[in-house]
Design a protein around this ligand. Structure first.
Ligand SMILES: [Zn+2]
Length: 464
C-alpha cells in the first residue's frame, strides 16, 4: 500500500507499507499498481499508545450512558443522551450521575426524560441507583419492602434505591460479557494503536479474554497486560507487563511483605507498577522500591501528589511516571475545592518530571478518565479545569512534549518516528500539525492503521 500526499513535520511525504512495516519514505513514490490512500495533506503521525487504561471496565462503561460531568452537564444533555441510548438486554444503564446535572432524581424526573424502557442510573458516589417507572415495574418492586427502597409519605416508591448493588445484580437480566470490540473501535477513533492494560486483578482468565479479542481482531490494538504475580504469557502477540501493586493509604501493607513482593515480581522478570495517588502512597512505594532495588521498567502510576523530596527519590531510582493530565481537565475544580492547599502545587505534574529527566508517559485511566487522548493532550498543554481556571501553570508542557508522552517507549526519541523499518502503526489527522497543536481537542483522526491494516472506527464517538 502507498499512503500519498501526507504532511509530516512540514514535509509532504509518501509512505510505502509492506508486510506491516514502513518500507519506504519519500516524495512522489511510484504506486507500482498497488492500492493507494490519499492523505489529502493531513498530518501523519505514529499511532498513540495509551499507557494506562482498563480494557474490560472501559467496555462495560461504553455499554452505559454517561449521566454526569464532564460529559453531561445539564438536564437537556441528559435527556438527549437517554433518548439516543440503545437498550442492552432491554435496559438502559446510566453511570456517574451528579446533582449538578438535574438536581435530585426520582422516577417521575426520569420518566419525563424517557419512559418507554426500563432505566437505571447510578449516582457518582456508587451508593444509590435511580429507577424510572418501567424499571420499578420490571423489577417487580410494587409490593416489595426491602431496605434501601425509598417510599414517599404516601407509600409510593420514589425510584431511589440505596446500597442495593448485590440485590440488583440478582434481579436484573444477566448481562452478556462486555463487548471488547467497542473498545477497539473507540480507540481507533482516537488514533490509538497500542495500549497497556493496568488492571491489578488481571489473572489467567482475563488474559485469555483479552488474547481472544486480540486474535479475532475485535481488539486490534497492540496490547500489554499487567496483573497478578505468576501471570503467564500464553499468546506470542500479547506480552505480560508489570506486576501491578495497589496501595491504599488507609490500609498499607506490611513493609517487608511489600519489599518481598517487589522482589518476587523482579524474579519473574517483570517490573512493578505502583498505584500511588496520595503523598503517603508515593513515599511508601518509593521506600519499598529503594529497599528492594529497582529494575528498568518499574513504574509509578498517577503520582498524583508529588512533593519535591519524592521527585528527587523517583529521579534517583529511575522510575517511569505514568500520569493523567486529563484529570486536571475533568476534575480540576473538585481538586481546587477539596485538595489540601499544600498539595495543590504538587498535583499531576508533568513539566517538573521532564526537567528532572524522569521518563513520563500518559495514560487516560479510562474508564475512570475520558478515553480521548487528544483531550488529555490539550490538558497537558493548557492545564485548564472544567471552569477554565489554570491549575499548575508551571507544569504546562509544549504540544510536542505532550505528544511524546503518548507514544510508545521505543519510538519516542523524536516526534519524527515514521522511519523506514518501523511498524506501520499510524494515525492520520484531518489537519496539519501547525493547526492541530493549538487546539488538540478539535483534532479529528481520519484513519488509523496497525501494522498497515486500517482499523474500523466508531462513527459517533460522542454517543455514549
Ligand atoms: Zn487505573
Amino acid at each position: 500500500m502507498l499512503i500519498r500526499n501526507a504532511l509530516h513535520r512540514g514535509d509532504r511525504i509518501d509512505l510505502r507499507i509492506e508486510a506491516g512495516r514502513i518500507a519506504e519514505r519519500g516524495h512522489e513514490l511510484d504506486p507500482f499498481d498497488g492500492p493507494t490512500y490519499d492523505a489529502r495533506g493531513g498530518e501523519l503521525l505514529p499511532g498513540l499508545h495509551d499507557h494506562h487504561l482498563h480494557v474490560q471496565s472501559l467496555a462495560a462503561s461504553l455499554a452505559s450512558v454517561r449521566c454526569g460531568p464532564p460529559t453531561i452537564r445539564d438536564r437537556n444533555a441528559l435527556a438527549e443522551a437517554l433518548v439516543a441510548a440503545e437498550p442492552i438486554e432491554g435496559w438502559i444503564r446510566g453511570t456517574g450521575y451528579f446533582e449538578s446535572v438535574a438536581g435530585d432524581l426520582d422516577r417521575d424526573e426520569i420518566d419525563a426524560l424517557r419512559d418507554d424502557v426500563p432505566i437505571r442510573i447510578q449516582h457518582r458516589s456508587g451508593v444509590l441507583w435511580f429507577l424510572n417507572s418501567k424499571a420499578i415495574e420490571a423489577l417487580d418492586l410494587g409490593g416489595a419492602d426491602r431496605p434501601g427502597l425509598e417510599r414517599d409519605a404516601r407509600g409510593r416508591i420514589t425510584g431511589r434505591l440505596f446500597r442495593a448493588d448485590a440485590w440488583l445484580r440478582d434481579h436484573l437480566p444477566p448481562t452478556p460479557p462486555p463487548d471488547l470490540a467497542r473498545v477497539g473501535r473507540r480507540l481507533a477513533t482516537y488514533g490509538v494503536t497500542s495500549i497497556t492494560d493496568c488492571t491489578p486483578s488481571n489473572a489467567a482468565a482475563d488474559y485469555e479474554r483479552l488474547a481472544k479479542a486480540h486474535s479475532t481482531g475485535a481488539l486490534p490494538q497492540r496490547l500489554q497486560v499487567m496483573g497478578t504475580l505468576g501471570l503467564e504469557q500464553t499468546c506470542s502477540r500479547l506480552p505480560v507487563g508489570a506486576h501491578k501493586i495497589m496501595l491504599d493509604e488507609s490500609a498499607l501493607p506490611v513493609f517487608d511483605a511489600l519489599v518481598a513482593r517487589i522482589r518476587a515480581a523482579h524474579d519473574e522478570g517483570r517490573p512493578v507498577a505502583f498505584h500511588a495517588a496520595t503523598r503517603t502512597e508515593l513515599h511508601f512505594a518509593l521506600a519499598a522500591l529503594e529497599s528492594a532495588g529497582p529494575v528498568f521498567g518499574d513504574r509509578m502510576e498517577h503520582a498524583s501528589v508529588a512533593p519535591p523530596e519524592a521527585m528527587e527519590a523517583l529521579a534517583r531510582l529511575r522510575v517511569t511516571v505514568v500520569t493523567q493530565p486529563n484529570f486536571v481537565r475533568e476534575r480540576g475544580d473538585d481538586y481546587q475545592r477539596d485538595v489540601d492547599t499544600s498539595d495543590l502545587p504538587h498535583l499531576y505534574r508533568v513539566k517538573s518530571w521532564l526537567d528532572r529527566g524522569v521518563p513520563v508517559r500518559f495514560g487516560t485511566d479510562a474508564p475512570f478518565g475520558d478515553p480521548d487522548p487528544w483531550a488529555a493532550l490539550e490538558a497537558a498543554v493548557e492545564r485548564r479545569t472544567p471552569d477554565g481556571q489554570v491549575l499548575g501553570e508551571g507544569e504546562k508542557v509544549s504540544p510536542e512534549e505532550a505528544l511524546l508522552c503518548f507514544l510508545e517507549h521505543d519510538r519516542s526519541p523524536t516526534i519524527g518516528g515514521l522511519r523506514e523499518g518501523d511498524p506501520a502503526d499510524l494515525c492520520l489527522l484531518d489537519r496539519p500539525w501547525e493547526r492541530a497543536r493549538t487546539r488538540f481537542s478539535q483534532v479529528r483522526v481520519v484513519q488509523t492503521w496497525v501494522g498497515g491494516a486500517p482499523l474500523q472506527a466508531d462513527d459517533a464517538p460522542s454517543d455514549v
